[in-house]
Design a protein around this ligand. Structure first.
Ligand code: PLP
Length: 387
């Protein structure tokens, strides 16, 4: 079996599995907010996890608010920066890139519909990167009117790494809060929050080999945050609800493997590049999304025009290989994803797109095995010619 949907959810990495088996066998289990000894032991474990996470992302423990994952974190930040503030501040503009995850897009649209903000979509270059020059123009055109800019660090479909540091600098220059969805970036590339000019960033356990349902917000200044889930004062009153402390410990274990995995990440990128070159040798018409931009090392988003991505997905699945397509199916007619459309990818290419995402826990011969299967799928499906 080859699992090639790391950008969807990565499997638990071995270090996390080993840790959890022991941890679940031996405890302690308690409410980390209780003042008795067992509660305090759990709290110490959780605070240790916070310190480890902070160190691994170049932040301080006080910058981290643990939560259930990135969707929650993004919702909290949008709420904190936008809710009820349009009239008081006179800032009614929200700038987002055209390739954001729905967690960002839907928040922006919500505040547009509910509170009268105006959402402006920053154009995307054909290479999959947000057009920073257009952003700079927008920032100067709407000086003093921009409530926030939200651009991700790496795209979940293409793996294209965004010029987030430059975007951060432009936002800092215009004193605009910069919200950066780092969900796909943290753990897959070196990241330093302090040096990034980002005001708010996000991490999710299930993208980095830890557990789903656990994550955190990184906030440069937690005073700018408001609780979105109101409750018993946990997380310095910024996120109510008893903490998923074992989930946070698992994130810390996964993060502690980052520095050892740098070498593996380089190998993964080299094997991805060989994989793509080998397909192109057989099929020169192959389209690699974001090929001309820096990309996450484990992600390939490729299309062989004329062959439906979903047909390829099914063929691979029959060989126990699990990939995804980005295309939504309407009336049996796959359509091009929003991300690819923003990049200007036409339907004849977009319909064929298949995302293959591996990670540092994948077997070393992962790409080789997928290559064999993919080439035979392409050969077979080329005879039929899907569209
Ligand atoms: C770029 C990006 N942002 C946000 C999310 C949402 O993360 P979570 O599943 O932790 O809520 C995802 C997950 O698919 C993602 O890829």
């Amino acid at each position: 079996m080859i699992y090639a949907d790391y950008n969807g959810s990565a499997p638990l990495c071995k270090e996390v599995t080993d840790y959890l088996i022991e941890r679940l066998k031996s405890g302690p289990f308690a409410n980390p907010n209780a003042i008795h000894h067992m509660g305090q032991k759990c709290k110490m474990g959780m605070e240790n996890a916070r310190a480890v996470c902070a160190k691994n992302v170049g932040a301080l423990p006080k910058n981290i608010i643990f939560n259930s994952g990135s969707t929650e974190g993004i919702s909290q930040v949008f709420f904190s920066l936008l809710h009820g503030q349009r009239e008081a501040t006179g800032k009614d503009q929200i700038f987002i890139s055209g390739i954001e995850h729905s967690a960002v897009i839907k928040c922006a649209r919500f505040y547009e519909q509910d509170e009268g903000y105006k959402v402006q979509i920053i154009p995307t270059l054909p290479n999959g990167q947000c057009d920073i020059e257009s952003l700079k123009t927008l920032l100067s055109e709407y000086a003093g009117k921009v409530a926030m800019v939200s651009v991700m660090a790496a795209n979940n479909e293409t793996g294209v790494i965004q010029p987030y540091k430059e975007i951060g600098a432009a936002c800092a220059h215009s004193q605009t809060p910069f919200v950066c969805d780092t969900t796909q970036y943290i753990g897959k590339a070196p990241f330093n929050f302090k040096e990034s000019n980002i005001d708010f960033a996000f991490a999710a356990g299930h993208k980095i080999g830890a557990m789903t349902g656990a994550g955190f917000v990184l906030a440069k200044d937690t005073n700018l945050l408001k609780p979105h889930i109101i409750g018993g004062g946990q997380e310095k009153d910024l996120r109510g609800g008893t903490q998923n402390y074992i989930g946070f410990e698992a994130i810390a274990v996964a993060m502690n493997t980052f520095s050892e995995k740098q070498e593996k990440l380089k190998k993964l990128e080299a094997s991805r590049n060989n994989f793509e070159a080998s397909i192109r040798k057989e099929y020169p018409e192959l389209v690699i999304m974001g090929e001309d931009a820096p990309r996450l090392g484990g992600t390939s988003f490729i299309s062989l025009p004329g062959i439906h991505g979903q047909a390829v997905q099914i063929e691979l699945e029959s060989n126990d290989i699990y990939v995804t397509t980005s295309s939504a199916c309407s009336d049996n007619e796959p359509t091009t994803s929003k991300v690819l459309k923003a990049m200007g990818v036409t339907d004849d290419v977009g319909r064929g797109a298949v995302r293959i995402s591996l990670g540092t826990c994948s077997p070393e011969d992962g790409h080789e095995k997928i290559l064999k299967s993919l080439l035979s799928a392409y050969k077979k499906l080329s005879k039929i010619g899907s569209y």
